[in-house]
Design a protein around this ligand. Sequence first.
Ligand SMILES: Cc1cc2nc3c(=O)[nH]c(=O)nc-3n(C[C@H](O)[C@H](O)[C@H](O)COP(=O)(O)O)c2cc1C
Length: 194
Amino acid sequence: MTPPTSTANSPETQQAVADLPCQTCDSGQVLSAKGLCCRDFRSTLGNFATGITVITALSPEGEPIGVTISSFNSVSLDPPLILWSLSLNSPNIEAFSSASHYAVNVLAADQQHISDGFASRKSDRFAGLSFSRGLSDVPLLDGCCAWFECTNEAHYPGGDHLIFVGHVERFAQGEAESPLIFHNACYRKLNVTE
Ligand SMILES: Cc1cc2nc3c(=O)[nH]c(=O)nc-3n(C[C@H](O)[C@H](O)[C@H](O)COP(=O)(O)O)c2cc1C
């Protein structure tokens, strides 16, 4: 199928619609994407299926912190680099920016409740969860498919998010083989037939 053609991104159109409220949905958000409906943009992005991670670290006070993140991806094999992005609105943005280390916990198919917990407003997101301590005492959640322990190498501005690049210092695979998947705003599991 051919992708739909659009004049939405012509320079004239961009100028005309810049900074106007989105006309095609009622989110009330300012149109920074110039001609793109913010709701349609988000739902179209949802077609890209991802795994789900919880990124964990220690706050400046030494308390465990964690957020559910699907924007994780690999960047480089040599040196070993990964990336993820965090909303600038996150109350944890300063803590993650200043942490020396963080860990990427790749969630397994039976860990949907953990994804929900670390995306919620719960005051203690670690309550009832078992975890060990990795490099620099960063929490490593039990039962995951994989873990990547990183030094906090670099940050880059990414619009309303901050992009984190991590240098992988240590990694491991868990016994859980089947990952939790996120697709079109729904949790999914792989239907593996071999
Ligand atoms: C499946 C899933 C994936 C998410 N991925 C991201 C992400 O990549 N970046 C982000 O900033 N928030 C993401 N979120 C939203 C955060 O988990 C949520 O806003 C959480 O409250 C952030 O933690 P905070 O309370 O410290 O801001 C995701 C939520 C879910 C359920």
